[in-house]
Design a protein around this ligand. Structure first.
Ligand code: NAD
Length: 358
């Protein structure tokens, strides 16, 4: 059996890290007698240079047709001066919109070997394993807004937040399904003491929670959640929240892991899912074999889990990454005394080899 995966290397370190993720994805599927057929697609600055548009229609068509999309990163200073509508980053927004991606997932795991790199105390973060599920297609980012209005000589602006029950149910159900693959705990985050949309959010989550007795559901106000992520991050399993709160909390939580190069993400919709590391194209280190490919490799694990439903292969990649780190290998962003520094492709090959051994 072969899966169709559209691959967008993109710009900067994108092509280097994506090549390693492809290698590892293929190795993990092979363990289960399956394989991936990769379709290489252009997007971002590379596409602007080649065809004059950051998201060519061929790329969109390939993304819609594929079982999943794996992306490196797009953008770089050489494309910063193009007109706003043609900026490299528009490729990501265009893909999100066209694929109707409504859930953004950001797992944050801190294996013991990386805990020393965290800005928090190692004993607080060792073993942290959080999945943030952020609603991606609604809320205040998509609401009506007004700028530049002047009333009685005073300038005013507003941004309107609105959510419907089906939107909240869809993301909550997603979080519940994810929790069942993990530790059966969901924390719903809102600001129900102040906001009407948050009260609807909480009521809707409570109703669904009543139908899923095996899942332990609790509710936190967003300000308390921001504090708890720093005070006691190990209390969390799955966090589900709206677009705005999820944007902020997921960046806060990402810092716990110590290196931006370690963190994967997934954006899920009714059609093809999009998988990419959380970092950008890192033009400062591009083409030098310095980039950490693990965020992209772990994104490939999410691709297996959520789009291809290959849970065993996903776990295999995650276990192989942990083992390689435990053995003391790291790219330049990870190495500390006593560790062995490796290049981008050496790291990919180490994970690939480890998959064969597990
Ligand atoms: P960045 O994430 O690319 O880099 C920030 C810092 O982290 C840099 O010092 C970089 O060297 C380092 N870094 C990032 N990824 C790394 C990795 N895998 N291994 C080791 N070190 C790593 O952010 P930036 O410098 O603000 O942005 C660079 C470009 O990327 C910009 O054009 C920006 O618009 C774009 N960008 C793209 C995406 C995306 O494609 N989703 C996301 C963010 C930024």
């Amino acid at each position: 059996m072969s899966y169709d995966v559209a691959v967008i290397g993109g710009d900067g370190i994108g092509p280097e890290i994506v090549a390693e993720a492809q290698r590892v994805l293929q190795a993990a599927l092979k363990q289960y007698g399956k394989s991936a057929e990769f379709t290489s697609c252009l997007a971002g600055g590379a596409a602007i240079d080649a065809v004059g548009h950051p998201l060519p229609k061929e790329t969109l068509a390939a993304a819609h047709k594929a079982d999943a999309v794996l992306l490196g990163a797009v953008g770089g200073p050489q494309w910063d001066t193009v007109e706003p509508e043609l900026r490299a980053e528009k490729a990501i927004l265009g893909l999100r919109q066209s694929l109707e991606l409504y859930a953004n997932l950001r797992p944050i795991r801190v294996p013991a070997i990386l805990a020393e790199r965290s800005p928090l105390k190692a004993e607080k973060v060792t073993g942290v394993d959080i999945l943030i599920v952020r609603e991606l297609s609604g809320g205040i980012y998509y609401g009506e807004r007004q700028e530049g209005a002047v009333q009685d000589g005073v300038e005013q602006a507003f941004d309107k937040e609105s959510y419907s029950v089906p939107e909240i149910e869809r993301i909550t159900r997603f979080a519940f399904r994810a929790a069942k693959l993990r530790r059966n705990k969901v924390t719903s985050v809102d600001k129900a003491n102040v906001l009407a949309t948050s009260r609807l959010w909480r009521r809707t989550v409570e109703k669904l929670a009543a139908t899923e007795p095996e899942i332990k559901v609790n509710h936190l106000y967003v300000d308390n959640c921001a504090m708890q992520l720093i005070l006691a991050p190990k209390q969390f399993d799955v966090i589900v929240t709206n677009n705005l709160f999820g944007d902020i909390l997921s960046d806060e939580a990402a810092v716990i892991a110590g290196s931006i190069g370690m963190l994967p993400s997934a954006s899920i919709g009714s059609g093809t899912g999009l998988y990419e590391p959380i970092h950008g194209s890192a033009p400062d280190i591009a083409g030098r074999g310095l980039a950490n490919p693990l965020g992209t490799i772990l994104s490939a694990a999410l691709l297996l889990r959520y789009s291809l439903k290959e849970e065993a292969a996903a776990c295999l990649i995650e276990a192989a990454v942990d083992k390689v780190l435990e053995e003391g290998y790291g790219t330049i962003d990870l190495v500390q005394s006593g560790m062995t520094q490796v290049t981008t492709s050496e790291m990919g090959r180490l994970v690939e080899r480890q998959i064969g051994k597990i």
